[in-house]
Design a protein around this ligand. Structure first.
Ligand SMILES: O=C(O)c1ccccc1N[C@@H]1O[C@H](COP(=O)(O)O)[C@@H](O)[C@H]1O
Length: 209
């Protein structure tokens, strides 16, 4: 099995960021949108300043004014922008200076044509829940994610935790996974043991070959 890229999202403090770095995750994510995990550009700037090099930094936005996204990304030194709202392919094109990931919330079926209209670096599949634009803690039918592979690099999200991550990765074989509320002790605070278990479970699959 190819290596699975790991993003840990919803980081709100330096201790959790450092623990994610220690575990060797590929990207750490900061949520600028309305959320129990919301952070300000200033908070993220302070956290990032204290991190070592070679860490990919992702910012999560929902239908934000594009100039505000660019300003925040520049100020914080973000590498990747993850868009969770109704952002259009044209909106994404204006962010060419960054790697863009667009989130697609999955209901009963996949919408590969709609996804393929986006010329972006990665396609994140998350669980649909009315009135929630992310961070639901719920999984969706992973059979649909398997079908999405032809569109481009798939990042699997939605309710991933230490207990279901092995099944999810084995089944979907995604390019990457995005772990958020499933490794928290309370909203915005990571549980160090859960985080460690998730990462170890993914690595174990890779070493098993
Ligand atoms: O976590 C949030 O509160 C959030 C709010 C608005 C947009 C995105 C958000 N999080 C993203 O949601 C998915 C799935 O999260 P979970 O594992 O189900 O908690 C993930 O990509 C987060 O980055």
């Amino acid at each position: 099995m190819a290596a699975t890229r790991i993003k840990v999202c919803g980081i709100t403090n330096l201790d959790d960021a450092r623990q994610a770095v220690r575990l060797g995750v590929d990207s750490i994510g900061f949520i600028f949108a309305n959320s129990p995990r919301q952070v300000t550009a200033e908070q993220v700037h302070q956290i990032i300043n204290k991190l070592p090099p070679f860490i990919n930094l992702t910012g999560v936005f929902v239908d934000e004014d594009i100039e505000e996204v660019q300003k925040t990304a520049d100020y914080c030194g973000l590498d990747t922008l993850q868009l969770h709202g109704t952002e259009t392919p044209e909106y994404c094109k204006q962010l060419k200076a960054w790697k863009v990931i667009k989130a697609f919330r999955v209901r009963e079926k996949l919408e590969p044509k709609r996804m393929a209209a986006y010329e972006i670096a990665g396609y994140l599949l998350d669980t649909y829940q009315p009135k929630r634009l992310g961070g639901t803690g719920k999984t969706f039918n992973w059979d649909l994610a398997v079908e999405a592979e032809e569109v481009g690099p798939i990042i699997l999200a939605g309710g991933l935790n230490p207990d279901n991550i092995t099944t999810a990765v084995k089944k979907v074989e995604p390019y990457g996974v995005d772990i958020n509320s499933g490794v928290e002790s309370s909203p915005g605070q990571k549980d160090q043991q859960k985080l460690k278990r998730v990462v170890n479970n993914i690595r174990r699959l890779e070493y098993a070959e």
